[in-house]
Write a protein that binds this ligand. Sequence first.
Ligand SMILES: [Mg+2]
Length: 431
Amino acid sequence: MAVLGFFSAVRAAPWLWRRAAAGLPGHCPGKGYTVGPAQVRTVQVSRSAELVSPPTFGFLLDIDGVLVRGHRVIPAAVEAFRRLVNAQGQLRVPVVFVTNAGNILQRGKAQELSALLGFKVEPDQVILSHSPMKLFSQYHGKRMLVSGQGPLVENTRALGFENVVTVDELRMAFPVLDMVDLQRRPKTTPLPRSDFPAIEGVLLLGEPVRWETSLQLIMDVLLSNGNPGTGLATAPYPHLPVLASNMDLLWMAEARMPRFGHGTFLLCLETIYRKVTGNELRYEGLMGKPSILTYQYAEDLIRQQAERRGWAAPIQKLYAVGDNPMSDVYGANLFHQYLQMVKHDGAEELGADGLWKQRPSATQSCSSILVCTGVYSPKTPGSTEPAQGEEPPFHGHRDFSFSPKLMEASHIVNDVDEAVQLVFHKEGWAS
Ligand SMILES: [Mg+2]
């Protein structure tokens, strides 16, 4: 996996992930946590500095578990935005919203957030799990099979893809491919088709419905080199390019136990591909948190936002606030590690490893701030401590090796409002 190549050495201590999910190694601060008197003094002294100096830092805010739970806003998020917005209703610092959701439209998510937060969120402030697919312009003109649900075609168009085929359209063209559901099998044998243009790649945007149909048809496309009506004696390898987003194995919804995420679907596809062909399924791009690509993309949007506001000072520090140690903390720390490597080795070298070759960046650090209003909580419903000596499973994706250090948040606070206060204090800004 090219995008992740540079840090693939370590796969150790998966117990730490469970410890983090269960409230360890850190703990949520007590409810009485506030900014102390000494910190307030610092803030008051530097208020004038804020008025004359543009921000040199920006926020990457996760959505679910940080700003909202289900359809309800978390009260601390409303408080946080009172601090983040000035008297003119404008943001005082650049902010982007980074979510692993994908089966929705960017502008729909922006509207939803605007209504909940009482602040106008622009669509280009929202980063969905598949948003970095905009960067893969070499595939935008190719004929791509797309898997997922919701506004699939509209989403792929917005990403720049001009020629997509949905799994349903492929199934309609070749009804004999989808045979699991007896009710959906064709009643008569259709004539073979030779007028269906070859598919040149696969986009996996999010979890589909009817997994058996999507798994079967994606496999058919990969095994036939894009011509599922014909089939091939030997599966080509490397196979057609596959771009995937959102590798979360599980997620928490209203149910008391976690639900399957797109990562579970990818696991099924990878396992079937390996079993059938003897080779590993390869991703040309794997995005969504904790992928570095997503953070590079977010960094670029933060920079553009600052430029639009006319803030001359470069953004040097990023603060990523999230509730999930595996995606939010791991991703922010991984990106921080990447920034240090770029500083040391230079971006060109890493660019050759498959990462996005950005313009030279002024960003020097990315700090992870873990909140206790979502997945991470000492009292996560359904979370159980492993028995003595038992190693709980690592829920990260196959291509993301486990590194205990990457699971440790720079800071743990109760909620996003405290996260904003903490950052403002560190930066010498008034809350
Ligand atoms: Mg979250």
